[in-house]
Design a protein around this ligand. Sequence first.
Ligand code: GLN
Length: 188
Amino acid sequence: MKIGVLAIQGDFAEHIVMLRHLGVETAEVRLPAHLDGLDGLIIPGGESTTIGKLSVDFGLLEPLRAFGKTHAMWGTCAGAIFLSKDARRNQPLLGIMDITVERNAFGRQVDSFEADLAIPELGEGNPYHAIFIRAPIIESVQADASVMVSLPDGRIVAARQGKLLATSFHPELTRDARFHEYFLTLAR
Ligand code: GLN
């Protein structure tokens, strides 16, 4: 099992630490050729406009779209925005997940927050501590995408579409490896 992490901007190093902790081989992806031989790819949190623009500059947009058609791909926060079909702004997106997102939906940096969420896919009875940093919400899911996690008020913060996964929050910033383990089951 070898998982790549898009390493052009954002907190890719934290994802790599988590994957290594799980005994998975990792690769930093900066160029299309770095996708060769990977079983899955994580797009980290950061700044989705920057990730998008640099992906255009490095010729990554089409190779990433093609990779996502046949492989597991997971975007956290900015990465989730980058996977979406619609971010309600003009910025480069992969557009491979049938979700509409609203960027910075909870407000500014100071409005970052943490919440304990029940996520059945990660096991019953043990809430998942989710960290939100200038996070987007997933306004709606369409077509083949489905809601995976919502806040108590109903706002959607994780969605899945086959092997594609989008989370508003940052599992790589916790010590809880369950979300990464879940992604590995999609990549397998
Ligand atoms: N606010 C960022 C964006 O819109 C995402 C923040 C994050 O990834 N923590 O791209």
